[in-house]
Design a protein around this ligand. Sequence first.
Ligand SMILES: Cc1ncc(COP(=O)(O)O)c(C=O)c1O
Length: 403
Amino acid sequence: MPFDITRVRAAYPALSEGFVHFDGAGGTQTAGSVADAVAGAMRAAAGNRSTAFTPGRRSLEQVAAARSAVADLVGGDPAGVVLGPSATALLYTLARTVGAGWHPGDEVVLSRLDHDANVRPWVQAAEAAGATVRWAEFDRATGELPTGQYADLVTDRTRLVAVTAGSNAIGTVPDVSAIAKTAHAVGALVVVDGVHAVPHAPTDLATLGADVLVTSAYKWSGPHLAAMVADPARWAELRPAKLIPSSDAVPERFEYGTPSFPLLAGVTAAVDHLAGLDPEATGDRRARLRAGLAAAQAHEEALLDRLLAGLAERPAITVYGSPARRWPTVSFRVAGMSPAQTQAALGEAGFCLTAGDYYAYEYFTAMGLRDTGGAVRASIYHYNTADEVDRLLAELDRLADRA
Ligand SMILES: Cc1ncc(COP(=O)(O)O)c(C=O)c1O
């Protein structure tokens, strides 16, 4: 059935303020059911985790429910879902832990298409161990990440391959499963940054070939929390630095301090919200997530095509990259204006877009664009409309005329 955009938008109270949000890649609006779940948890009697009394049991249940929800979202095992404050914090924990086992001569393969969160923690861990970093380069014209180069980059010294499932700068969808096959042939660990990809399509850990997949809930209608997901047996092999009295069980041993129980209730509500995007979907939550996110993906792809076609018709606009497969994310510049000026002018007119390098540090450095302000990013989420795309294009025409 067609994607019922009116119904979908009604689920986001914040949209009633009237801003046009093309900034989902920087953080989406929160579904109303998420806000209700967080507020509900905060209004209810609460306690730290304990089996001894009801509020303490509630907290235990909130943690368990969030693990199950994230596991359904990405096709993981709830016992392998590590929860944390942000993807960056989780990747640092992982890099410090994994890197402690590296030695001089070991190699790690990183990509210049990744957000810095899946780059710098590995670079620093490699430096600390005396290991060597090898770089996968993207094609400067298309923005694609050629898979073939991994056959040369990956050697029998490779301990880790870190790669994104989607460029947060230009939307490229790398062939992660092919890269993972090359990495697994030499026994390397494959860490996939799913932060940009998971909001836009059904995700399956096994299909991707990810040993570890990271995702952030605030990119898919939820609160500012994140998760990294792996087979619990994989976590059992790793020993992060931890406090003496804290749990040494998997996955708790990777989680520092007392979690935000109300926000975890919000994570579960966000996954339930995504599972309801196709109201006719049936089956268990994972099946409904697949249907809901496939419907959202088709809607987003139609908007992306409309946006790209509109931008291509405008000589004043330069779009960066033209990958064959891309998430609905486009970086561009308007002639005669800096990205920050474009962002500010759009902001005045009620359009919310990101400008700068969005922490895609290696991409913008390699493109020679970082020192001159990066680019402006229009990122589409399932609550966007064709009318909003047309209004953005019309606003860009006004700006280009003034520039
Ligand atoms: C692709 C990608 N990876 C990682 C991150 C970092 O996520 P977090 O803010 O949860 O640390 C972002 C944030 O924008 C991102 O887009």
